[in-house]
Design a protein around this ligand. Structure first.
Ligand SMILES: Nc1ncnc2c1ncn2[C@@H]1O[C@H](COP(=O)(O)OP(=O)(O)O)[C@@H](O)[C@H]1O
Ligand SMILES: [Mg+2]
Length: 279
């Protein structure tokens, strides 16, 4: 037993204070969902995970950016002192521009979905990029905007499942980012649950006129993880988790990111109605 546990290779996130909460890092090859509302730090988390891999741990990474264009991502990263462009030039990071294609705009990026915003094309690009630099880490930011062309929940689940299967086949350790705008305890069973081995929830909450960031490791398969809500900061160095402090009284959010998105886009389906009622 002990041997098996020791044999599991842990991929350090290098995010200050986080690895201590999850037995040293993500299990190699696993797919971790990072979810939270807007401004909670998801993009920062994903960039930090891939940047640390490439810059510190000798593990190349692929960033799939669906919401922001690559130059925005490079600028954001540079604010934290993370020079993505240098790592791109050294073939240690590849950014795949999905944002342009999604917006119907041309792009001069080397890695982009030129034949349109489509999951088969995306899967192909991810495959090629991972092979090209022998990537060990992948981040998809974000999953919630992936399925704009698919409005059938079953089909959507199938596509998310396919992406998950591809990442598993490529043996990369992945962070999938999911949007979760507000708590919704009514809804259970979103698509991500079937494909992720871990779930980290980021939260931003106002108490007494102060905004407080916190994080919960909700699920981490085969890991004796912290069961507490930990405060974190975003500083000039990125995310810094205070793993010795615990927050009490944090809201217990239950949200299903993809189902939320589906609810938004598809008026009148079961999820859509639930969401309208909860407004
Ligand atoms: N240099 C910095 N120092 C402190 N906080 C920062 C810094 N840069 C960004 N932030 C915080 O990070 C937030 C954006 O985080 P981001 O990762 O983009 O969130 P999300 O992707 O969840 O919407 C900003 O709203 C700001 O509060
Ligand atoms: Mg973001």
């Amino acid at each position: 037993m002990g041997d098996e546990r020791n044999n599991m290779i842990r991929i350090k996130t290098g995010i200050h204070g986080l690895d201590e909460l999850i037995e040293g890092g993500f299990i190699e090859g696993s797919t971790i969902l990072v979810s939270g509302g807007t401004g909670t730090g998801k993009t920062t988390f994903g960039l930090q995970f891939v940047y640390n891999g490439a810059a510190i741990f000798g593990e190349p990474g692929v960033i799939i950016t669906i919401e922001s264009r690559p130059d925005e991502i490079r600028t954001t990263a540079l604010h934290f002192g993370w020079d993505l462009r240098r790592l791109e030039q050294e073939n240690r990071i590849i950014i795949i521009d999905v944002a342009s294609s999604r917006a119907g705009l041309p792009t001069s990026e080397r890695h982009a979905l030129r034949r349109g915003f489509d999951l088969t094309t995306l899967a192909e690009e991810i495959y090629l990029a991972v092979e090209e630099i022998k990537a060990k880490r992948v981040v998809i930011d974000s999953l919630s905007v992936l399925p704009t062309r698919y409005n059938d929940p079953a089909e959507l689940r199938e596509y998310v499942y396919r992406i998950g299967a591809l990442l598993q086949q490529l043996r990369v350790t992945s962070v999938l980012i999911g949007e979760c705008e507000r708590p919704d305890p009514q809804i259970l069973g979103g698509a991500e649950q079937f494909v992720t081995q871990g779930l980290i929830r980021l939260n931003l909450e106002e108490t007494n006129g102060h905004l407080q960031r916190s994080l919960v490791v909700w699920k981490m398969r085969n890991t004796n993880h912290s069961m507490r809500r930990h405060p974190f900061l975003i500083t000039e160095h990125g995310i810094e988790v205070n793993n010795t402090r615990t927050l009490s009284g944090g809201i217990s959010e239950q949200c299903q990111h993809l189902s939320y998105q589906i609810g938004e886009k598809q008026e009148g389906n079961q999820w859509g109605r639930t969401h309208s009622n909860s407004r």
